[in-house]
Design a protein around this ligand. Structure first.
Ligand code: SF4
Length: 379
């Protein structure tokens, strides 16, 4: 009889986790940018210099720019520009407009940014059409000022924290609107500092982010005071395996979720983007089964789910087809319902009947398979 397998925390792994989408801890997949640049303004900031030192210990060279403008990332074609930008990391100071926080319902009361851009290659990327210019990953050197600026928002809840399902969370701050924190943490150390900053607050507050990566080594054992909820963005196998290039495998994300949950963090699932593919019930059923196995036996589990269906805008479709011309992602306006989002922008969502069917299936299956899980919203 082979010895019982153990996960990264030393716990015995139930045998049913070892098949299919089972969460098996493996060495984290880490991004190494091909080119790293830093602006003079970024190097004036203590955290900018900390990032440069961290990169030096990783053997990554930093090019010091003469001006605070980024140049030299455009190629001759859109594909070339995309490839260059996606392999570039820029250490910069955040734009002043980012200091005035914006509400970000339904995810959180407020959003703040420690970076913009992401090294992964999801064919449905949420950033497409939202950010202008080549998709360079920018990390912010003025971290200390950004974190200090959040204090004025504690206790300033919005419609989000008045949601009874969010009772006890306090004022919530979303830190992954324009990036994927765990894709960059090994290069910056920014989100670890944010966890420590939130842990030090007496007021009821919550730091939140969602990720498609699994590198949680530097967060396990950190004093977090339960003030950070890490959500893992997951999807069924046909989506995660075919459309999420450069991310961690779903089993690794679930292993990471388990490690954080065992370390007392509130955790969550961002199931997105939900797509009614052929056999979607079986595929999403397999995913929920893997999640149930991942949280099996976690004491005092605090688990939430955010359910987000696929949608696109004319702008995001155009950008995505430029980035991924051979994508199989369905973005057919004739199969969708046209809606108006904030500020009147057009978006295409699934028709009402499809939405109803998906929603009732997810609500039923989550209640059945993960009774401890609170659904925060469906959209
Ligand atoms: Fe875009 Fe998120 Fe994928 Fe990064 S992980 S490419 S931000 S969808």
């Amino acid at each position: 009889v082979p010895p019982a397998p153990h996960d990264a925390s030393g716990e015995r792994v139930p045998i049913r986790q070892l098949a299919g989408l089972a969460p098996v801890a493996r060495p984290a997949r880490r991004w190494t940018p091909r080119r790293v640049v830093a602006t003079p303004a970024a190097l004036d900031q203590p955290h900018g210099r900390r990032i440069v030192e961290r990169l030096a210990t990783l053997g990554i060279e930093v090019e010091r720019l003469r001006s605070n403008r980024l140049a030299g990332v455009r190629g001759d074609t859109e594909r070339e520009t995309y490839a260059r930008a996606k392999s570039t990391l820029a250490i910069v100071v955040s734009p002043p407009s980012r200091r005035k926080l914006q509400p970000i319902a339904p995810s959180a009361d407020w959003r703040f940014d420690l970076a913009e851009g992401c090294p992964a290659h999801c064919q449905y990327c949420y950033l497409a059409g939202s950010l202008s210019g080549p998709p360079v990953t920018r990390v912010y050197a003025d971290l200390d000022e950004i974190l200090a600026g959040l204090a004025g928002y504690a206790g300033q809840g919005t419609v989000t924290s008045r949601n009874p399902r969010r009772a006890g969370e306090g004022t919530t701050f979303e830190a992954s609107c324009y990036t994927d924190p765990l894709a960059l943490e090994h290069l910056t150390g920014s989100w670890r500092r944010a966890v420590e900053h939130f842990a030090g607050w007496d007021a009821p507050v919550q730091l939140r982010w969602t990720t498609k990566y699994a590198d949680v080594d530097s967060f396990v054992g950190l004093p977090h005071a339960g003030h950070t909820r890490v959500r893992f963005s997951v999807n069924c196998r046909p989506v995660s395996e075919r459309m999420e290039g450069g991310t961690a495998r779903v089993p690794d994300r679930l292993a990471a979720l388990r490690r954080l949950a065992l370390d007392g963090y509130p955790v969550g699932l961002t199931i997105a983007p939900i797509m009614p593919l052929p056999d979607w019930r079986a595929h999403y059923g397999e995913l929920l089964g893997a999640v149930a196995a991942a949280v099996d036996g976690v004491p005092d589990l605090d688990l939430t789910a955010e359910l987000i269906t696929h949608r696109f805008t004319p702008g995001s479709k155009e950008v995505l087809l430029g980035w991924y011309p051979r994508t199989k992602l369905e973005m057919d306006e004739t199969l969708r319902s046209r809606r108006h989002g904030r500020f009147g922008a057009v978006k295409y969502v699934y028709p009402r009947d499809t939405m109803t069917e998906l929603r009732s299936w997810f609500e039923r299956e989550l209640a059945d398979r993960l009774p401890a899980c609170r659904i925060l919203y469906w959209t």
